[in-house]
Design a protein around this ligand. Structure first.
Ligand code: CMP
Length: 151
Protein backbone atom coordinates (compact mmCIF):
# COMPACT_ATOMS: atom_id res chain seq x y z
CA UNK A 1 0.00 0.00 0.00
CA UNK A 2 1.27 3.47 -0.83
CA UNK A 3 2.06 5.36 2.35
CA UNK A 4 3.41 8.75 3.30
CA UNK A 5 5.88 9.31 6.10
CA UNK A 6 7.58 12.31 7.69
CA UNK A 7 11.37 12.48 7.68
CA UNK A 8 13.49 15.10 9.43
CA UNK A 9 17.16 15.65 8.71
CA UNK A 10 17.86 16.87 12.24
CA UNK A 11 20.22 19.68 13.33
CA UNK A 12 23.30 17.42 13.47
CA UNK A 13 22.65 16.06 9.95
CA UNK A 14 22.20 19.61 8.64
CA UNK A 15 25.30 20.87 10.50
CA UNK A 16 27.42 17.98 9.21
CA UNK A 17 26.31 18.40 5.60
CA UNK A 18 24.49 15.07 5.51
CA UNK A 19 21.12 16.32 4.24
CA UNK A 20 21.98 15.31 0.68
CA UNK A 21 23.07 11.87 1.86
CA UNK A 22 19.69 11.33 3.56
CA UNK A 23 17.74 12.51 0.51
CA UNK A 24 19.97 10.52 -1.87
CA UNK A 25 19.44 7.24 -0.04
CA UNK A 26 15.66 7.58 0.03
CA UNK A 27 15.55 8.73 -3.58
CA UNK A 28 17.79 5.91 -4.77
CA UNK A 29 15.54 3.41 -3.05
CA UNK A 30 12.72 4.52 -5.31
CA UNK A 31 10.62 6.49 -2.85
CA UNK A 32 9.04 9.73 -4.09
CA UNK A 33 9.81 13.03 -2.43
CA UNK A 34 6.38 14.65 -1.99
CA UNK A 35 7.32 17.72 0.11
CA UNK A 36 10.43 19.39 1.48
CA UNK A 37 11.26 22.50 3.48
CA UNK A 38 13.88 23.89 5.83
CA UNK A 39 12.34 24.96 9.10
CA UNK A 40 13.74 26.23 12.39
CA UNK A 41 11.54 24.35 14.87
CA UNK A 42 10.39 26.46 17.82
CA UNK A 43 9.74 25.16 21.32
CA UNK A 44 6.00 24.86 20.75
CA UNK A 45 6.32 22.73 17.60
CA UNK A 46 9.10 20.67 19.22
CA UNK A 47 6.91 19.92 22.23
CA UNK A 48 3.97 18.94 20.02
CA UNK A 49 6.14 16.76 17.78
CA UNK A 50 7.75 15.00 20.74
CA UNK A 51 4.64 14.97 23.00
CA UNK A 52 5.05 11.19 23.50
CA UNK A 53 8.36 11.87 25.29
CA UNK A 54 7.16 14.56 27.74
CA UNK A 55 8.44 13.69 31.21
CA UNK A 56 11.25 11.40 30.03
CA UNK A 57 14.72 12.18 31.40
CA UNK A 58 16.04 13.13 27.95
CA UNK A 59 13.06 15.36 27.05
CA UNK A 60 14.61 18.77 27.84
CA UNK A 61 17.82 17.88 26.01
CA UNK A 62 15.79 16.63 23.04
CA UNK A 63 13.88 19.92 22.79
CA UNK A 64 17.11 21.92 23.11
CA UNK A 65 18.76 19.81 20.37
CA UNK A 66 15.88 19.85 17.88
CA UNK A 67 15.50 23.66 18.21
CA UNK A 68 19.25 24.38 18.06
CA UNK A 69 19.54 24.75 14.25
CA UNK A 70 17.20 24.46 11.26
CA UNK A 71 16.06 21.00 10.17
CA UNK A 72 15.05 19.79 6.72
CA UNK A 73 11.53 18.35 6.88
CA UNK A 74 10.31 16.02 4.16
CA UNK A 75 7.38 13.87 3.18
CA UNK A 76 8.34 10.64 1.38
CA UNK A 77 5.83 8.45 -0.38
CA UNK A 78 5.85 4.88 -1.67
CA UNK A 79 4.90 1.28 -0.94
CA UNK A 80 5.21 0.59 2.82
CA UNK A 81 7.03 3.92 3.14
CA UNK A 82 6.71 4.05 6.95
CA UNK A 83 8.54 0.78 7.65
CA UNK A 84 10.92 1.00 4.70
CA UNK A 85 12.14 4.45 5.78
CA UNK A 86 12.50 3.32 9.41
CA UNK A 87 14.72 0.45 8.22
CA UNK A 88 16.85 2.87 6.22
CA UNK A 89 17.34 5.06 9.32
CA UNK A 90 18.47 2.13 11.51
CA UNK A 91 18.01 1.70 15.26
CA UNK A 92 17.26 4.86 17.29
CA UNK A 93 20.60 4.49 19.06
CA UNK A 94 23.29 4.84 16.37
CA UNK A 95 25.61 2.66 18.48
CA UNK A 96 23.18 -0.21 17.85
CA UNK A 97 22.30 0.65 14.25
CA UNK A 98 23.53 -1.72 11.57
CA UNK A 99 26.09 -0.67 8.98
CA UNK A 100 24.29 0.26 5.79
CA UNK A 101 21.72 2.32 7.70
CA UNK A 102 22.02 6.10 7.98
CA UNK A 103 22.56 6.05 11.75
CA UNK A 104 24.83 3.00 11.54
CA UNK A 105 27.01 4.63 8.91
CA UNK A 106 27.15 8.18 10.28
CA UNK A 107 26.19 8.22 13.96
CA UNK A 108 27.57 7.31 17.38
CA UNK A 109 25.36 9.03 19.94
CA UNK A 110 21.65 8.57 20.73
CA UNK A 111 21.17 12.30 21.40
CA UNK A 112 22.56 13.13 17.95
CA UNK A 113 20.90 10.48 15.85
CA UNK A 114 20.71 12.50 12.64
CA UNK A 115 17.23 11.68 11.40
CA UNK A 116 13.64 11.19 12.45
CA UNK A 117 10.97 9.18 10.72
CA UNK A 118 7.40 8.41 11.72
CA UNK A 119 6.99 5.12 13.59
CA UNK A 120 3.48 4.23 12.33
CA UNK A 121 0.92 5.30 9.75
CA UNK A 122 -1.05 7.09 12.47
CA UNK A 123 2.03 9.04 13.66
CA UNK A 124 2.91 9.79 10.05
CA UNK A 125 -0.50 11.42 9.47
CA UNK A 126 -0.20 13.51 12.64
CA UNK A 127 3.43 14.49 12.05
CA UNK A 128 2.89 15.41 8.39
CA UNK A 129 -0.03 17.63 9.51
CA UNK A 130 2.23 19.33 12.06
CA UNK A 131 4.89 20.24 9.50
CA UNK A 132 3.06 20.69 6.18
CA UNK A 133 -0.07 22.24 4.77
CA UNK A 134 -1.90 20.01 2.27
CA UNK A 135 -1.01 22.35 -0.63
CA UNK A 136 2.71 21.95 0.15
CA UNK A 137 2.55 18.19 -0.56
CA UNK A 138 2.68 17.15 -4.20
CA UNK A 139 1.06 14.08 -5.73
CA UNK A 140 3.10 12.98 -8.71
CA UNK A 141 4.60 9.87 -10.29
CA UNK A 142 8.13 9.26 -11.40
CA UNK A 143 8.33 8.42 -15.11
CA UNK A 144 9.02 4.69 -15.49
CA UNK A 145 7.84 4.04 -11.95
CA UNK A 146 6.78 0.52 -13.01
CA UNK A 147 10.47 -0.41 -12.82
CA UNK A 148 10.51 0.65 -9.15
CA UNK A 149 7.19 -0.47 -7.71
CA UNK A 150 5.99 -2.93 -10.33
CA UNK A 151 2.84 -0.84 -10.79
P1 CMP B 1 13.47 10.20 17.09
O1 CMP B 1 13.35 9.09 16.10
O2 CMP B 1 13.40 11.59 16.57
O3 CMP B 1 12.35 10.02 18.22
C1 CMP B 1 12.53 10.42 19.56
C2 CMP B 1 13.90 10.95 19.83
O4 CMP B 1 14.24 11.01 21.17
C3 CMP B 1 14.91 10.00 19.22
O5 CMP B 1 14.86 10.03 17.83
C4 CMP B 1 16.18 10.49 19.88
O6 CMP B 1 16.64 11.68 19.24
C5 CMP B 1 15.65 10.86 21.25
N1 CMP B 1 15.92 9.81 22.24
C6 CMP B 1 15.30 8.63 22.37
N2 CMP B 1 15.81 7.95 23.42
C7 CMP B 1 16.77 8.74 23.95
C8 CMP B 1 17.65 8.60 25.04
N3 CMP B 1 17.64 7.51 25.81
N4 CMP B 1 18.50 9.61 25.29
C9 CMP B 1 18.51 10.72 24.52
N5 CMP B 1 17.68 10.91 23.46
C10 CMP B 1 16.83 9.93 23.18
Amino acid sequence: MTERTLVLAKPDAVARGLTGEVIGRLEAMGLRLAALKMIWIDEELATRHYSAHVGKPFFNGLIQYITSLPVVAMVWEGPSAVSVVRKTMGATNPAEALPGTIRGDFGLDISNNLVHSSDSLESARKEIDLFFKEEEIFSWKRPHEIYITGE
